[in-house]
Design a protein around this ligand. Structure first.
Ligand code: KIV
Ligand code: ZN
Length: 386
């Protein structure tokens, strides 16, 4: 029996914080609708107190969405929390996420406060939010660098105050998978009434660990994972939604599962990339242009024999098609023959192929990629162009 993981998407809030990625309200609604079709459980739609535009976006996303919970972010200030509750007025299911820094860095240098005072602020804000909505998520900012015993105290206190979800952010992407997993295990084992709340993993990618840390947390007891499409977000970004979904899709013998329509991932990725004016890097896992492209001779030969040799998931699983095998100076005879067959040369003997390959490799060494018109010219077709 696999336990369900709640999928929390924060593309519209944490993702949009990335430089140059600001979205219009209409774009936010369109992305939110795609997220709903994908099957996410919670959409963090914005930080309503931050600007009238963000307030309006949360209102409009709340009106447009039916099934997922709509979440709005706040600081611990009562004014922020009241504004968030107002922005969520039309949400069919609503959640307020409030929180404060819990590492000594934040306590000392950001708030010039004390550990005790932070607990006081955290619990009052959760109580205040619980008077306005039934579902309150608390975020312990910079939990990745917080003292573990203190973090446990904070989490225990906010659950006592009524938090339904406790978010343990690795705000600065500081943890390694085993460290982050150990934090989650420690909280599971040491916080009184921890089972009254859902533990949420929220990771940043400063050391390239966001997805690994999130999965490690889920395997250690977290039951909600926070992600963004294409991993967009502050600095090096957040945990990538498509990576987490596909990791659990491919590793389908784990005790946890995510319900999502994986075939919508590719188009969602392109939509967000276009709207945020941020290209997806070609080698990006799952949705990069090269994620299913095989280019070396050894790999191409293996794929022609059986795709399973080099594919752990099908491109169709994420809603895209396999690119045609690319011909470069690293390609071998098998890929050359395969591509020649695709343009109609089905009857080439082994000796002919050897001869064509010799000429092919000379051209391929000069050109970065060999296209169909180059192949036709190589085969002596007139007007093949170049
Ligand atoms: O990274 C972080 O700590 C956050 C919180 C506001 C949840 O994004
Ligand atoms: Zn974050």
């Amino acid at each position: 029996m696999q336990e369900k993981i709640f999928l929390f998407d924060t593309t519209l809030r944490d993702g949009e914080q990335a430089p140059g990625c600001q979205l219009t309200t209409i774009e936010k609604i369109l992305i939110a609708k795609e997220l709903e079709l994908l099957g996410v459980d919670i959409i963090e739609a914005g930080f309503p107190a931050s600007s009238p535009g963000d307030f309006n976006a949360v209102v409009e996303v709340s009106k447009a969405i039916t099934n997922p919970i709509i979440c709005a972010l706040t600081r611990t200030k009562e004014k922020d929390i009241s504004i968030a509750a107002e922005a969520l007025k039309y949400a069919k299911r609503k959640r307020i996420q409030t929180g404060i820094g819990t590492s000594d860095y934040h306590i000392k240098y950001k708030f010039q406060s004390t550990r005790e005072n932070i607990i006081e602020i955290a619990t009052s804000s959760v109580r205040f939010a619980r008077n306005l909505v039934d579902d309150v998520q608390f975020f312990a900012e910079d939990a990745g660098r917080a003292d573990l015993n203190y973090l446990a105290k904070v989490i225990e206190a906010v659950i006592e105050a009524g938090a339904t979800v406790v978010n343990i952010p690795d705000t600065n992407g500081f943890c390694l998978p085993e460290e982050y997993a150990a934090k989650i295990r420690f909280l599971k084992e040491n916080v009184k009434n921890i089972d009254k709340a859902i533990i949420s993993a929220h990771c940043h990618n400063d050391l390239g660990m966001a997805t690994a840390n999130s999965i490690a947390a889920l395997l250690s007891g977290a039951r909600q994972v926070e992600c963004t499409v294409n991993g967009v977000g502050e600095r090096a970004g957040n945990t990538s939604l498509e990576e987490v979904i596909m990791a659990l899709h491919v590793k389908n013998n784990l005790p946890i599962k995510i319900n999502a329509d994986t075939t919508r991932l590719y188009s969602l990725s392109r939509m967000v990339s276009r709207m945020m004016r941020t290209p997806v890097q070609p080698n990006k896992a799952i949705v990069g242009k090269n994620a299913f492209a095989h280019s070396s001779g050894i790999h191409q030969d293996g794929v022609i024999k059986n795709k399973a040799n080099y594919e752990i998931m099908k491109p169709e699983d994420v809603g895209t098609k396999a690119p045609v095998l690319m011909l470069t100076a690293r390609s071998g005879r098998a890929a050359l023959q395969y591509r020649l067959q695709l343009i109609g040369y089905n009857e080439i003997t082994k000796d002919e192929l050897d001869e064509i390959y010799e000429r092919f490799i000379q051209i391929a060494d000069v050109k970065k990629e060999i296209h169909d018109h180059d192949l036709k010219a190589l085969m002596g077709e007139e007007n093949a162009g170049s």
